[in-house]
Ligand binder design. Structure first.
Ligand SMILES: NC(=O)c1ccc[n+]([C@@H]2O[C@H](COP(=O)([O-])OP(=O)(O)OC[C@H]3O[C@@H](n4cnc5c(N)ncnc54)[C@H](O)[C@@H]3O)[C@@H](O)[C@H]2O)c1
Length: 321
């Protein structure tokens, strides 16, 4: 099939490598930085994404730009009836959730959001394991390092206006999405969000704790203030049995199951190997007309909890979802 990419920075290269490995053709690339376009390998190159969308024919448009651009770019491409695969997060403003959902409903194109960790074999196994059982409670944590050097790599990072938050809306949104995938949406949350280590060079939070209350209460801890990246951890209580997830090993009671990556990983190690599975699935949905699971409704869950966490921390109140 024919693909076009908007935003040819870090993650776009992963999309490009996956597309090539799956045998799809990249017909056009857009980046507003001419230097980025120089290294792009595509017959058509554009500095303006609207101009690109008005002049190309493509089966899927990939959006790989900074967070603050996602909502307008998704809306622009969906309203031209393109199928759109956008990097996380869905958006950074509460009002954009509805705007996107409305346009998605009226478009002939499908929208997919890149929560590629849902395709990791260990996560698929847990999701299937939960079928017909009761998840009583859960906890998840992501303890990573994002230092001054990382934030200097692009001006949009570390700012409320362009990144829309820090550890919550960027790095740990994958872990939060998995937690919500397993546990469902909470009825309400309470949260504390702070900047512990990175105050001198970013505006946004580097640490957050969220307590979710509902059928399956959860606690979620995320920080970028660590000296190193630790593997993400989950602990779930399913019908009284403890499941512990660490470094691709799943402990169920006293049994340990080791998982291999299902597909080749492209890009940085923290991206994982899920992009291949997710992109292949999205293209299969487009080819067959099947509905892609991670649409605007599904992807909105994690950002809704993130927005609620910011509000709860600011007001010191519980926020109903
Ligand atoms: N799923 C994952 O694991 C994962 C990993 C990394 C990044 N991401 C996401 O991918 C997105 C991009 O992140 P990145 O690390 O590649 O950032 P980046 O800064 O490396 O790349 C962004 C690119 O977008 C371009 N751009 C900016 N404004 C533009 C515009 N108006 N029109 C066209 N191009 C424009 C920039 O020039 C740059 O080349 C973010 O949403 C990020 O959260 C996801």
């Amino acid at each position: 099939m024919k693909a076009a990419i908007i935003g040819y920075g870090g993650i776009a290269v992963t999309h490009e490598q996956v597309l090539k490995s799956l045998g799809h053709e990249i017909v056009a690339v857009c980046d507003n930085d001419p230097k980025k376009l120089e290294r792009a390998d595509a017959p058509l190159k554009f500095l303006d994404y609207r101009e690109m969308l008005d002049s190309i024919s493509a089966d899927v448009v990939h959006i790989c730009t900074p967070h603050y651009l996602h909502a307008d770019m998704i809306i622009c491409a969906l309203s031209r009836n393109f199928n759109v695969l956008c990097e996380k997060p869905l958006c950074i403003k509460e009002e954009d959730v509805e705007r996107i959902a409305k346009v998605e409903k009226n478009s002939k194109g499908q929208l997919g959001i890149c929560f590629q960790n849902r395709y990791n074999p260990i996560n698929v196994y847990i999701k299937n394991y939960l079928e017909g059982k009761t998840l009583k409670c859960a906890t998840a944590s992501m303890v990573w390092n994002r230092d001054e050097k990382y934030y200097a790599t692009a001006k949009w990072r570390g700012k409320w206006a362009t990144e829309g938050g820090g550890v919550l809306i960027n790095q740990s949104i994958h872990t939060l999405d998995l937690l919500l995938w397993f546990a469902g949406m909470p009825e309400y949350i309470r949260a504390t969000v702070d900047n512990i280590r990175t105050k001198d060079f970013i505006e946004v939070e580097d640490t957050a704790v969220i307590s979710g209350y509902g059928k399956a209460p959860f606690t979620f801890f995320a920080t970028n203030s660590s000296a190193v990246n630790y593997p993400v951890e989950f602990t779930l209580n399913v019908d009284g049995v403890w499941l512990k997830y660490f470094n691709n090993i799943l402990y169920i009671g006293d049994k340990a199951i080791t998982f291999e990556e299902a597909t080749k990983a492209y890009g940085k190690s923290e991206y994982g190997s899920g992009h291949t599975g997710l992109i292949a699935d999205f293209y299969d949905c487009i080819g067959t007309g099947r509905k892609f699971e991670i649409d605007a409704f599904e992807a909105a869950k994690a950002v809704k909890v993130v927005f609620a966490a910011f509000k709860s921390s600011k007001t010191e109140n519980k926020i109903i979802l």
